[in-house]
Design a binder for this molecule. Structure first.
Ligand SMILES: Nc1ncnc2c1ncn2[C@@H]1O[C@H](COP(=O)(O)OP(=O)(O)OP(=O)(O)O)[C@@H](O)[C@H]1O
Ligand SMILES: [Mg+2]
Length: 349
């Protein structure tokens, strides 16, 4: 059984007029120990509600969430407290105490649990080292950059040595460079401590950089989930393709329509290469073999989990048989191919 298993999870909120708003409509997820599991979705999709159900801050209406073989949906207050000690959480706006310095912010969960002073000192010093903030020990949050504040929040989340870290838009308030450094820190915590991480985001590049698994959540249901490489190289749903367009840049719909609409150009294809074949020697090979001309309109290559995914937009000229042969030859070389046909304009004959 998966480390975190979620089945048929449902949650409805009532608004002030007591109208029902079904926010989670039957979520199924399996998160394994050691995963960095990314959950991506638009604003209002239900991401925060889902993550709040996982640490017991929100009680679902029905369904099961089991962590380490224990169903957590029916725990009493005391059991919930014990559960939350094993789960760290970080947020978009860091949630640090302004009146306390870095050391005291990190020490907070340990003071709460009445750890001996000496042990608190030792632990916090070690955590400061882990997140690279030893020199900021006595600083107050107002003097720190966003990235430094998030490092303090991460150290505080790790103080009680949790086995699970939940991140709700933890990098959304940070610039791209700081985002990368926080993501790299999370990735190294995952490797070095074996920490399981569940990370919510609306940015595909966050998933691309560190997540081995991804789920796309759309209006309270899981639209698609799987290994990051598999989902990125073969997305099934329109919403996933939309999110991926921020990573795999390409021609716009209008440009594609214009090219596809001009028969002089030949036929228009989108080729997706995975694996080591993501190069254009393949293109020259097939054009030699068959009597076709391939013109590359746009090409890009992105690395997902250290494996390349290539995207090429090409037009192919030649007679029908040669074009069909060219395409089936390319398909043999583990290439996914989609043809663009200009939408016919309707009206008069
Ligand atoms: N405590 C609550 N009471 C009533 N409605 C709520 C409550 N919490 C969330 N909602 C509603 O549930 C829906 C989903 O909210 P949620 O915060 O889970 O979305 P999200 O995916 O995290 O969005 P965002 O990306 O903006 O953070 C929204 O329509 C929100 O108004
Ligand atoms: Mg949210």
């Amino acid at each position: 059984m998966a480390y975190i298993q979620i089945r048929e999870l449902k949650k409805t909120f009532k608004n002030k007029k007591s109208e029902s708003n079904e926010v989670l409509k039957g979520i199924d997820l399996d998160i394994e120990k050691g995963d960095i599991y990314g959950i991506i979705g638009y604003s209002g999709a239900g991401k925060s509600t889902l993550i709040r159900c996982i640490n017991g801050l929100e009680k679902p209406d029905s369904g099961i969430i089991s962590i380490n073989d224990e169903d957590i949906t029916n725990l009493n207050e005391k059991q919930l407290m014990t559960l939350r000690e094993k789960i760290g959480m970080i947020f978009q706006h860091f949630n640090l105490l302004k009146s306390k310095n870095v050391f005291e912010n990190i020490a907070l969960p340990l003071r709460y649990k009445k750890y001996p002073t000496k042990e608190i000192e030792e632990r916090v010093d070690k955590l400061l080292e882990t997140v690279g903030l030893t020199d900021k020990k006595k600083s107050f949050p107002s003097l720190l950059s966003g990235g430094q504040k998030q490092r303090v929040a991460i150290a505080r989340a790790l103080a009680a040595e949790p086995s699970l870290l939940l991140c709700d838009e933890a990098t959304s308030a940070l610039d791209p460079q700081t985002t990368d450094s926080i993501l790299d820190l999370l990735s190294s915590l995952n490797k070095e401590l074996g920490l399981t991480i569940v990370l919510i985001t609306h940015q595909m590049n966050v998933i691309q950089r560190i997540c081995n698994k991804v789920a796309v959540i759309d209006e309270g249901t899981i639209a698609e989930q799987g290994n990051t490489f598999d989902v990125f190289s073969n997305p099934q749903k329109t919403i996933t393709k939309k999110f991926l367009s921020s990573i795999f840049k390409g021609p716009t719909e209008e440009e594609l329509d214009r090219v596809a609409g001009d028969t002089e150009n030949g036929r228009l294809f989108h080729l997706i290469f995975t694996g080591e074949k993501a190069n254009d020697s393949l293109i020259s090979k097939v054009t030699k073999k068959f009597d076709t001309d391939i013109n590359i309109l746009f090409g890009s290559i992105e690395y997902i989990q250290n494996r390349p995914i290539g995207n090429l937009y090409v037009t192919v000229k030649g007679n029908k048989e040669d074009i069909d042969n060219t395409i089936s030859e390319l398909k043999k070389e583990s290439v996914r191919i989609e043809e663009f046909i200009k939408t016919e304009e309707t009206g008069g004959d």
